[in-house]
Design a protein around this ligand. Structure first.
Ligand code: 6GU
Length: 273
């Protein structure tokens, strides 16, 4: 997969050199190109922004540097033999970035990221490139960042770990908490490793029992406990067929009851962990 990032803070993308994404690059699974938007400014001050039409606070990123940057990197990529680019535009006004979208992006051969600062990019830039390629406007959550660079790191890491040969075990994505198509998307419960006692704290006995069935049940109960506490919306969204008899017992203990349609709704405020 080829990745291009155009930014006024190329150094912000340094983390793409380390850890999982860095390894994916070293292994040749990822071909990353970071570009400085100011390379496509031609005035003394390397201006990339201007005041918004219609007034209001803040500044808007200008069309010309973005257009020239994108034209150049697209031409370079096509020349190097790449095809099928998609534009990924990080913006708090975008669609929520989910595991499902990460899977979709991981199946594309070439992603071009346009992280913006200020109040965003002149709309005509997205409208122009949308006539030539798919455009994904994505938000990484309900909060406002000063710029899209951190979102590029988030999206890139979520996508890179899905590429074949990047994580050790290709099967491992199937049990990701938010794997698309899972019957129930539950949060993972707690995990433990050696030593068996630390500062007077033991490991839950069941994990030392060697009884795989009981361990699986305990993990499922802990997943239900955490999900009801931290993400009740995930329980409410679940297909009721995803819950077996033991799940229903646990949900009842946690204060949840099925509606007539079978979906679960909180009866009382969930008991704290
Ligand atoms: Cl993608 N960009 C910015 N600036 N803020 C955000 C965001 C993106 N996602 C959530 N907040």
């Amino acid at each position: 997969m080829r990745l291009d990032v155009v930014t006024i803070f190329p150094e912000y993308l340094e983390p793409l050199n380390v850890s999982l994404v860095g390894k994916a690059r070293a292994r040749g699974r990822l071909d990353v190109h970071v570009h400085d938007l100011r390379d496509w400014t031609y005035d003394r001050h390397n201006t990339v922004d201007d005041t918004p039409y219609g007034g209001g606070p803040g500044m808007v990123m200008k069309t010309e540097p973005w257009g020239d940057a994108l034209d150049t990197l697209l031409a370079d990529g096509y020349e190097a033999g790449h095809t099928g680019p998609a534009l990924v535009v990080p913006t708090p006004s975008g669609r929520p970035f989910t595991q499902e979208l990460a899977v979709e992006l991981s199946e594309r051969p070439w992603l071009v990221f346009t992280p913006a600062r200020y109040e965003g990019i002149d709309r005509r830039v997205v409208d122009e490139y949308a006539t030539r390629m798919p455009v994904y406007e994505v938000s990484i959550g309900d909060y406002v960042l000063a710029g899209g660079e951190a979102a590029v790191l988030v999206v890139t890491e979520a996508v890179a770990r899905l590429l074949p040969g990047v994580l050790g075990n290709a099967e491992s994505h199937r049990d990701d908490s938010f794997a698309p198509g899972a019957m129930a998307n539950l949060l993972e419960g707690p995990v433990y490793t050696k030593p068996p006692e630390w500062r007077g704290r033991d490991i839950p006995d069941v994990l030392l029992s060697g009884h795989h069935g009981k361990i699986a049940r305990w993990r499922r109960d802990e997943a239900l406990r955490r999900t009801t506490a931290n993400r009740p919306d995930l329980i409410e969204r679940c297909d009721p067929a995803a819950f077996d008899k033991k799940d229903r017992e646990m949900l009842s203990i946690l204060g949840w009851e099925p509606e007539p349609d079978g979906r679960f709704w909180r009866r009382v405020k969930a008991v704290e962990e």
